[in-house]
Design a protein around this ligand. Structure first.
Ligand SMILES: O=C(O)C(=O)C[C@H](O)[C@H](O)COP(=O)(O)O
Length: 213
């Protein structure tokens, strides 16, 4: 199994995908991957999400495909059964942490305060999702956490845009950011996959030099 840190370092942006129509799963994933994104997170918020993860994993074996909104044992078990490469949780519960360790799976647990981050560190989680990033203090909060807790690598998610992603990625304790800005709802509704691909291309370039777009 690839370590969580290696997954986070694969690309600057993890798209947080909500799939309502199963028929969108493959063309949407294809647009994101062709746009240069190498890690995909499919939230388990819709009834078709698990089948979508299964289809995407089969079609794109080189892409790290994870599940999001893993909030309890049933979403964790479903993620394990479908072979998700990683699982993302907006926060944590003791049973989720214990189960992820027992099953030996990659869980990216959410934290938004020093105490939550320290609790996760104590359980061995060096990679954490900083959620909800903007609402919980954004860049200033991450800079403050880097002082006493420099060993934690974060994937900030929540309220991040193409414009703010660059500034997050400049921080030493940020490996990548998560977001939905490249998943324009109207484009998905109209099956405008070339439009999504262009947004993914922009997203895959954030954090690189000469990114003026
Ligand atoms: O579903 C989950 O597990 C979540 O934790 C929520 C996501 O991280 C946000 O949906 C990010 O959405 P934006 O703020 O639009 O970038």
């Amino acid at each position: 199994m690839t370590d969580m840190i290696d997954i986070l370092k694969r690309g600057p942006v993890i798209p947080v995908i909500v799939i309502d129509r199963l028929s969108d799963a493959l063309p949407l994933a294809s647009a994101l991957v062709e746009g240069g994104l190498k890690v995909l997170e499919v939230t388990l918020r819709t009834s078709v999400a698990i089948e979508a993860v299964s289809q995407i994993k089969q079609a794109f074996p080189d892409v790290a495909v994870g599940t999001g909104t893993v909030t309890d044992m049933s979403t964790l078990r479903a993620s394990i059964e479908v072979g998700a490469d990683f699982m993302v949780s907006p926060g944590v519960t003791s049973s989720l942490l214990r189960a992820a360790v027992a099953e030996g799976v990659n869980l990216l647990p959410g934290a938004s305060t020093p105490s939550e981050a320290m609790h996760l560190l104590e359980e061995g989680y060096l990679c954490q999702k900083f959620f909800p990033a903007e609402a919980a203090g954004g860049i200033e909060m991450l800079k403050a956490l880097a002082g006493p807790l420099p060993q934690i690598t974060f994937c900030p998610t929540g309220g991040i845009s193409l414009e703010s992603a660059d500034r997050y990625l400049e921080l030493a304790n940020v490996a990548c950011v998560g977001g939905t800005w490249m998943l324009n709802k109207k484009m998905i509704e109209k099956k405008d996959w070339s439009g999504i691909k262009k947004l993914a291309q922009q997203a895959s370039m954030v954090g690189t030099t000469n990114n003026d777009s």
